[in-house]
Unconditional design. Structure first.
Ligand code: SF4
Ligand code: SF4
Length: 161
């Protein structure tokens, strides 16, 4: 895991904890099939780096046998494509797909500093410190306007008396 990703994940978890707001997954799938290619797989919380680790994962969960190693990334992590992706970019075994597919995009991806592709139909929606600041500011301003308006009304009433 890169340092940027690690720090991003830590910051996101910290912000969510402080603001007591969980990230939301919004949008819907456009069925482009892009998340079924270039996949990184994890076992026991660690990205797979060797074929031996991949075989061990397949033994413990045979649903992973559909994945094919295509390369290693710059950190030595194995990158996979899925053999069940049809030419039309639709999963050919949708009902029996692995949990990592049915849970995608999982919030854990966000909290570990991950991103979704820009062209994915889903996105992560999180409340930021700025959002909270702006909300409080506008709430404070509207409260001030209400008080001012009340004072003006009172003054008008007094003048009528
Ligand atoms: S990348 Fe996003 S839009 Fe495309 S298939 Fe995957 S989840 Fe759907
Ligand atoms: S099993 Fe289906 S949903 Fe999962 S990666 Fe393969 S094609 Fe995509």
């Amino acid at each position: 895991m890169s340092m940027v990703k690690l720090l991003t994940g830590l910051f996101r978890r910290f912000r969510s904890f402080v603001l007591k707001r969980d990230v939301e997954v919004v949008g819907q799938c456009r069925m482009c099939g892009k998340c079924c290619r270039g996949i990184l797989l994890k076992d026991a919380g660690r990205f797979l780096k060797t074929e031996k680790q991949f075989r061990a994962l397949c033994q413990s969960d045979p649903l992973h046998e559909c994945f094919r190693i295509v390369r290693q990334d710059e950190f030595g992590v194995l990158v996979f494509n899925c053999s069940k992706l049809g030419n039309d970019n639709i999963c050919t075994d949708y009902e029996s797909r692995p949990a990592l597919c049915s849970n995608y995009p999982a919030k854990s991806l966000y909290y570990h500093g991950g991103w979704l592709r820009d062209d994915c139909g889903y996105s992560f929606k999180a409340v930021t410190f700025r959002d909270v600041f702006m909300r409080r500011k506008s709430w404070g301003e509207s409260r001030f306007t209400d008080v001012l308006q009340g004072q003006i009304e009172q003054d008008k009433d007094k003048r009528k008396l």
